[in-house]
Design a protein around this ligand. Structure first.
Ligand SMILES: NC(=O)c1ccc[n+]([C@@H]2O[C@H](COP(=O)([O-])OP(=O)(O)OC[C@H]3O[C@@H](n4cnc5c(N)ncnc54)[C@H](OP(=O)(O)O)[C@@H]3O)[C@@H](O)[C@H]2O)c1
Length: 263
């Protein structure tokens, strides 16, 4: 799988990661599925896994799924609360779950970002947190996200980027490139809403095996994007997604063909 340097962070990250929203919020008797997804994804070269305290049981389910393979993953999780005290408690719980370190700690949906960055920078200096990032799912918050990026205090952003949600192209991707900030594309399938897609004739024209691959390649064909994080509850889908992380990427004509088939 292709590896891209993650902004100016010095980290090399394979271009496909793994999201956990909804699909890892599992009752204990169903956790085996999450473990199969994680094992399959890591086996296929995925390294970055993304979660949040907002995702119900997903954070803890992911941690258990990483049991024995924690060292092979870069854990990206989030602080999601207006309270500094609760934010610190979230970090302590995460450190207990993920063997004492979080490679990327993101401020989820920019909630109380100034307050959280103050103490998170201390955590980064002490080495318990690797990089600091910020996320938002709504383009209406991109003014604020830009302010956070320009503050010079974060090394990564996470925004939606797929053929239907392209607002990041106008300001976030160029700014991230200028500032050397790593970009994680969330929702590459628009929460599954872009699947299934057109049939074999289009796939052949694009040189891909599946519409999921076409969509991931659409996102990753923009070189300002470092990693896409499709979520899946299916080992077969996780494998298919991981395999989409190989060049060749789509040229302008291929990207336009994908866009024409997105309703
Ligand atoms: N920070 C934020 O505000 C925020 C917001 C949204 C998302 N995120 C992050 O971004 C991640 C991804 O976004 P998302 O979960 O919203 O949606 P997504 O990745 O765009 O779509 C997930 C859906 O696609 C399906 N899928 C995955 N691979 C497939 C394949 N190869 N073929 C067919 N179907 C496939 C999954 O179903 P199966 O289970 O059947 O595979 C699932 O229903 C999240 O999990 C989360 O980590 C962050």
């Amino acid at each position: 799988m292709e590896v891209r340097p993650f902004g100016a962070s010095g980290l090399d990250v394979p271009v496909i990661g793994l999201g956990t929203w909804a699909v890892f919020d599992l009752a204990p008797r169903r956790e085996g599925r999450a473990r199969s997804v994680v094992q399959t994804a890591l086996g296929a070269g995925v390294r970055l896994v993304d979660t949040s305290p907002m995702y119900g049981r997903a954070e803890a389910v992911l941690a258990r799924a990483l049991d024995g393979v924690r060292d092979r993953a870069l854990v990206a999780t989030k602080i999601w609360t207006p309270s500094i005290e609760e934010g610190r408690r979230q970090l302590e719980r995460q450190l207990a779950l993920f063997a004492g370190r979080i490679e990327l700690e993101q401020v989820h949906n920019l909630v109380a970002w100034r307050e959280h960055l103050d103490w998170l920078e201390g955590e980064r200096d002490s080495g318990r947190v690797g990089l600091i990032g910020a996320t938002h799912w709504d383009a209406g918050a991109f003014d604020e996200l830009e302010r956070v990026m320009r503050s010079g205090r974060i090394q990564a952003v996470q925004v939606p980027y797929n053929p239907r949600e392209r607002e990041a192209e106008r300001r976030i991707l160029p700014l991230a490139q200028d500032l050397g900030i790593g970009v994680i594309a969330m929702r590459p399938f628009a929460e599954g809403g872009l699947l299934p897609g057109p049939g074999d004739e289009v796939l052949r024209a694009l040189g891909v095996r599946s519409w999921a691959e076409a969509l991931l390649k659409w996102t990753l064909s923009d070189p300002r994007v470092h990693v896409a994080i499709p979520a899946s509850s299916s080992p077969a889908h996780a494998l298919e997604n991981a395999r989409a992380g190989e060049p060749p990427w789509l040229d302008d004509e291929g990207r336009r063909l994908v866009e024409r088939h997105v309703r």
